[in-house]
Write a protein that binds this ligand. Structure first.
Ligand SMILES: Cc1cc2nc3c(=O)[nH]c(=O)nc-3n(C[C@H](O)[C@H](O)[C@H](O)COP(=O)(O)OP(=O)(O)OC[C@H]3O[C@@H](n4cnc5c(N)ncnc54)[C@H](O)[C@@H]3O)c2cc1C
Length: 154
């Protein structure tokens, strides 16, 4: 990193979403001159491929959710903001997040995807579980399996 450039002179890269994409990008920019700001509505990175193990109570939700600030704690050019982004002001080049405006030179939106119900939104109530925060008791599929098998731990 060029130590001669002040923080104010550094190009500001704002990344929305600390999933696989956003987090990899933020880490990949560690040895650059950019000032990286990573914004997520959760304070953790969720390792989605292991959701199945949580669903069957093989792991606890905490095993697959790592605090974003811990992951990036040694990265001097990175700042983590816990906030839900609701819009982007392209003219002012600012991200709008819960009343804050975060200025950027380069913006990366890495907010993931949602599954489609192929026009059957009523199906969502039967298969919503993977998109709820893993720390929420409602999010644990094992709780739902639990209910359907009569309350014993799966
Ligand atoms: C059960 C399951 C198993 C999977 N198994 C595999 C596998 O084995 N191999 C594989 O390659 N892939 C697998 N995948 C897919 C993989 O997890 C996804 O492709 C990957 O997580 C997508 O990464 P992403 O960065 O695009 O989005 P995500 O990882 O979904 O991250 C998006 C982030 O954006 C944040 N966000 C969203 N909206 C906002 C907002 N408005 N403001 C602030 N933050 C916001 C979210 O909180 C989240 O942290 C699996 C997925 C699931 C659900």
């Amino acid at each position: 990193m060029n130590k001669n450039r002040s923080a104010a002179e550094r190009l500001r890269v704002v990344v929305v979403g600390a999933g696989f994409g956003g987090l990899s990008l933020a880490k990949g920019l560690a040895r650059t001159d950019f000032a990286v700001t990573l914004i997520d509505r959760h304070n953790y990175h969720l390792f989605q491929p292991l959701l199945y193990q949580v669903a069957t109570a093989g792991l606890s939700p905490a095993d697959i959710a790592s605090p974003v600030r811990s992951i990036l704690r040694d990265q001097k050019n990175a700042t983590v903001i816990l906030s839900e982004v609701s819009g982007v002001d392209l003219t002012a080049r600012e991200v709008i997040a819960e009343g804050q405006r975060i200025a950027f030179d380069t913006l990366v939106i890495a907010t993931g995807a949602q599954h489609a119900y192929f026009g059957h939104d009523d199906w969502a109530s039967f298969a919503p579980i993977f998109w709820l925060p893993p720390t929420s008791p409602l999010a644990s599929p094992s709780n739902q399996i639990n209910s359907s098998v009569g309350g014993s731990r799966v």
